[in-house]
Design a protein around this ligand. Structure first.
Ligand code: ZN
Length: 324
């Protein structure tokens, strides 16, 4: 009798494992969106933006270069789930070199979850940049021994200047998922669990520049009317886990980020499976985790309604954000 029960349990466990493994392979194809991709930038001295996965952007104008987040270590799912994690300085160095970065004026951290903040102090150290963000982000920097003179804590409404870039900060919100919320209130020295990287507040960041004004929104959250007096040309729209929100939430997120700011172009990002390293092509998460197709369908509908252009970018490929 006992052996029969065990045999049944074993079959059930194997079947469940097989089902999960199969589900994990089911990912949206990017082919359907091939017509949305921006062409490679051809100018060397205009404003160029290079997407480097998640919400890491290299933004440069030939004089000054800044970066959001700077997340390159990308530890695998099992390591994140089961072990303590830390920045990988060699991997960071290799990826900065691949992106052609040697000097940065600032690394601007959009919030302090590990896929945004973990590597940022190392990027700052390697490029001479100042680390910019919340008090929680500052504590990620302190935990890695980044000098206080290289840390800049910002508040809601602050404006910073780097060369021709004018960077504005508005307090925003994270996409609701309830994980690792709260603040990092003392220096955080890795290796630590991924869940120790508490959100610490999320920013809407306006990157103003004589050529193009952009909103960079890393997480799909919003504070109603917070961006009412912001005007931008392009929105880099974080869509991670947006597919799990209600249609009403998605529509309001679009209104708060795009309709309110008068943007003419929207470039969704933070859709890639960041448990995969950057040596491989970036692909969406399994549909069971986050349904990229559902999000894109919704966004294409809003875009058509508003007469706004929805575009995508290839990682590693500098683009002019307003190029045709
Ligand atoms: Zn987050």
């Amino acid at each position: 009798m006992m052996r029969k029960v065990l045999a049944v349990v074993l079959v059930v466990v194997l079947a469940a494992g097989g089902w999960l493994a199969w589900q994990w392979q089911q990912r949206p194809s990017l082919e359907a969106y091939a017509h949305l991709y921006l062409p490679p930038a051809d100018e060397q001295d205009g404003l160029r933006v290079t997407w480097l996965g998640v919400s890491t952007l290299l933004i440069e104008d030939g004089e000054t270069a800044i970066m959001t987040d700077g997340f390159f270590s990308r530890p695998g799912l099992l390591r994140v789930a089961l072990t303590r994690i830390a920045p990988d300085p060699e991997r960071i160095r290799r990826n900065l070199a691949r992106a052609g970065v040697d000097e940065l004026a600032a690394v601007i951290v959009l919030h302090s979850h590990y896929d945004h903040a973990m590597d940022a102090p190392v990027v700052a150290e390697q490029t001479g940049a100042v680390l910019v963000g919340s008090e929680s982000t500052a504590n990620v920097g302190r935990g890695l021994g980044l000098d206080e003179s290289r840390i800049r804590v910002v508040e809601d409404g602050d404006t910073l200047r780097f060369g021709d870039f004018e960077i504005r900060f508005a307090a925003s919100r994270h996409v609701p998922h309830g994980q690792a919320m709260g603040v990092i209130d003392q220096p955080l020295a890795p290796p630590v669990r991924a869940s120790n990287y508490l959100e610490g507040g999320s920013w809407s960041v306006r990157v103003g520049h004589p050529q193009t004004n952009m909103l960079v929104q890393g997480s799909a959250g919003f504070v109603p009317d917070a961006l009412a007096d912001w005007s931008v040309d392009v929105v880099w729209l974080g869509i991670g886990l947006l597919s799990q929100q209600s249609p009403e939430y998605m529509a309001q997120y679009w209104r708060e980020m795009v309709t309110t700011t008068g943007a003419q172009r929207v470039i969704p990002f933070h859709w890639d499976d960041f448990f995969r390293d950057l040596e491989q092509p970036l692909i969406p998460f399994p549909t069971m985790v986050d349904d990229f197709d559902a999000t894109m369908q919704a966004l294409m509908g809003y875009a058509e309604n508003d007469g706004v252009e929805l575009r995508l970018v290839d990682a590693w490929q500098p683009v002019e954000p307003l190029a045709e």
